[in-house]
Design a protein around this ligand. Structure first.
Ligand code: ADP
Ligand code: MG
Length: 674
């Protein structure tokens, strides 16, 4: 008997040439062939009466031929064969185009199965070019994704051969099968390809979807445990109690919990790999500062990387202030330092005279060395690739890693998206923070909006007006670009005020300049596209108007709104849109909640997971059968069970998990190849 590891080439009927075609579909082994699940099915098992089949898409009709086959010559090389059939409900005309072979098989008085689409034309039921089979073929037939040179039925044949040639073994742990009432793997594979009934197909699919999502999530958790080598940077002492008094505010309990998680991680001889996920304004910087403090007090250096100069600078200022009386030396390394300054700074880093360094990508330069880097932090992690994080890590000897993100991920997808990271969530805002009030209005409110903005500016507050990005093709649609809008507003409505403009076509230096003057309070109202920096902290900005709000997704709106409501002043976000459907859906949700996770969950429900997983890192196994949209609840359940399994057996060392482990490893290895 063959095994699933054997190459498809060794199956009867598959030669060298055909196996190459299978290779094109990513099928090299018999196992891969069996995992090449049908894309769809032709259901010949459910016979529909002619009178009920209209508008149902493809149906199977069982009917008796009641007329001779008539040949109609339309033109050269085009012959139509027409005949009438009848079942208990009605008559139907069948037309076959040019297929002499099919037509010759038809005999009056005999019963056949006709598979195709039925239409009703001038009170007559018609079916054009159906597939025709003798009765007895009432099966559910698989349809496969094909490649040039390899038809669905060729694949069907190969799968049939494979099913007789191999013994399909179980590999899911017993307890998982029992707990979820899954069918055996053998039953599932057989019935996913050749379902014995609709119910069997359902059962098979249930098992395979669960298997896939369970393996995927177990695999990711397994990698996390396997990858975690040792680190010499063991930070035994917890200095967080000494850190708290350095802050001008009381930390929220969520912040304290995150700090605790990280401190515990860093005390171990396994390097930390933790994601701190906190909505905009939840206070991630203070958590980062606490971790730096802990590292430094334990005798190590810490480095924190931000995606832009302005953010790095902001962090630098914050940390410098916090640590000014503690004897800890904090420095800023960015590309725009003078050469001399850079050299000096690098030297002191290498000597260990600087304990905490903030910076941009400049930190990754080849000639930046540390004396003993023990902690690496990246802010706004989605802006950095895995390699960049790895590069910064390589500047130390297996340092601890903390990554921070303000992008809320729906909880269900967290395990898949963050793969190898532990996650701490800051799910609470600092006390006294005013929640931003959000309103959604039609564009007829503009005058009132402008007056409202003016009132804010008069009080010394600042604001944003956000315009959607529009490309040139859209200019005729009446949407107004940020540039145009800025010009109009500064010449008319807001003549007496200081307006700024920010958009994507500006050079980074120019953008930086505008953002800086806004942060310094030199601009009252900033007209901007979505380029306003994530993470920028201007507590004095208390009003935001989002024009054409229907053009933004929920998560986008949430990110934008996070630019305000960061200070003591009451903040207002006004969503302007004339789209009824947006008003009733997304915008309504925005008005109701400021909770980023709730919004992410709703966004997931509205848009499906594609948008979230779209920018995930590569190297994730491909899904063959599960659909993250319709199988979301299975994803969740499988995730919970994967967690429990790996918790009970972190490296899957138990004998009873051996088969499962090897399958998971195979899956991961395959993903690496892609
Ligand atoms: P983010 O999570 O978006 O990076 P920041 O760290 O920039 O948030 O914090 C936002 C603002 O909240 C900053 O001005 C910061 O000083 C302030 N802040 C952070 N934590 C607290 C707290 N526990 N109490 C009061 N203010 C806080
Ligand atoms: Mg931040």
């Amino acid at each position: 008997m063959a095994t699933e590891l054997d190459k498809v080439r060794y199956l009867a009927g598959i030669g060298e040439k055909r196996s190459l075609l299978f290779g094109k579909l990513g099928i090299d082994t018999v196992g891969a062939l069996l995992r090449f699940y049908p894309r769809n099915y032709e259901d010949w098992s459910k016979v529909t009466p002619i009178a009920q089949a209209r508008g149902m898409g493809n149906v199977c009709i069982k009917a008796t031929v009641v007329s001779e086959v008539k040949e109609n010559y339309i033109r050269k090389n085009m012959v139509l064969y027409k005949f009438t059939v009848k079942d208990e409900s009605a008559f139907m005309t069948v037309t076959i185009f040019n297929n002499k072979y099919d037509a010759a098989k038809i005999h009056i008085g005999q019963e056949y199965l006709f598979y195709g689409k039925l239409s009703l034309e001038s009170f007559r039921f018609d079916m054009n070019s159906p597939q025709i089979r003798p009765t007895g073929f009432e099966i559910i037939r698989p349809i496969y994704r094909k490649t040039a040179g390899l038809s669905s039925s060729a694949i069907e044949k190969a799968v049939k051969t494979a099913l007789t040639a191999v013994k399909i073994e179980e590999f899911l742990p017993d307890e998982i099968i029992k707990k979820n009432g899954l069918c055996s793997r053998e039953y599932a594979i057989k019935n996913i390809h050749f379902p014995s009934s609709a119910a069997a197909l359902k059962l098979a699919r249930k098992r395979l979807v669960f298997e896939e999502l369970f393996m995927l999530q177990s695999g990711l958790l397994l990698i996390k445990n396997v990858n975690r080598g040792k680190t010499p940077c063991v930070m035994e002492k917890d200095f967080s109690k000494e850190f708290y008094p350095l802050l001008p505010f009381e930390l929220t309990s969520a912040q304290k919990r995150c700090i605790n998680d990280a401190v515990k991680d860093m005390a171990s001889d396994r390097p930390m790999n933790r994601l701190v996920q906190g909505d905009v304004g939840s206070g991630k910087t203070a958590v980062a500062a606490a971790c730096c403090f802990c590292a430094v007090k334990n005798g190590y250096q810490a480095a924190m990387m931000a995606p832009t100069e302005i953010l790095a600078e902001q962090h630098f200022k914050t940390l410098e202030k916090i640590f000014k009386d503690s004897g800890i030396k904090v420095a800023l390394l960015t590309g725009s330092l003078t050469k001399k300054k850079k050299e000096q700074l690098k030297e002191s880093l290498e000597k260990g005279e600087i304990q905490i360094v903030l910076g941009t990508h400049a930190l990754l330069s080849d000639n930046v060395y540390f004396k003993n880097l023990g902690l690496v932090i990246t802010d706004e992690q989605h802006r950095f690739g895995v390699e960049q994080r790895a590069r910064l890590q390589s500047k130390g000897n297996s340092p601890h890693v903390l990554v921070m993100s303000a992008t809320p991920i729906p909880r269900t997808l967290a395990l898949i998206m963050h793969g190898d990271l532990d996650v701490s969530v800051i799910d609470e805002y600092p006390k006294g923070r005013q929640t931003t009030k959000t309103y959604s209005v039609a564009s007829s409110y503009h005058e009132r909006i402008y007056n409202y903005i003016k009132k804010h500016i008069e009080k010394g507050l600042q604001g944003y007006i956000i315009c959607p990005l529009i490309d040139e093709e859209e200019e005729s649609t009446g949407l107004i670009s940020a540039e145009q809008y800025f010009k109009e507003l500064s010449e008319k409505v807001f003549k007496e005020y200081r307006l700024g403009l920010l958009h994507g076509k500006m050079k980074p230096k120019e953008k930086d300049l505008v953002m800086r003057s806004f942060a310094a309070g030199e601009i009252d109202l900033l007209i901007s596209t979505t380029v306003i920096e994530v993470g920028i902290d201007v507590p004095n900005a208390a009003i935001m108007v989002i024009e054409n709000a229907e053009r933004f997704g929920l998560s986008g709106l949430h990110q934008l709104r996070g630019r305000i409501g960061r200070g003591e002043a009451e903040s207002t976000c006004i969503l302007v849109s004339d789209s009824k459907s947006a008003q009733e859906n997304r915008l309504k949700i925005m008005c109701k909640t400021v909770d980023g996770f709730e919004i992410a969950d709703k966004d997931l429900a509205l848009r499906g997971p594609g948008d979230f997983l779209g920018n995930r890192q590569h190297g994730l196994p491909e899904l063959h059968i599960a659909d993250l949209e319709s199988d979301l609840s299975v994803l969740k359940e499988a995730g919970a069970q994967a967690k429990a399994l790996i918790l009970s057996d972190p490296l899957l060392k138990a004998d009873k998990h051996a088969r499962f482990k090897s399958e998971v490893e195979k899956m991961l290895a395959n993903a690496q190849k892609n």
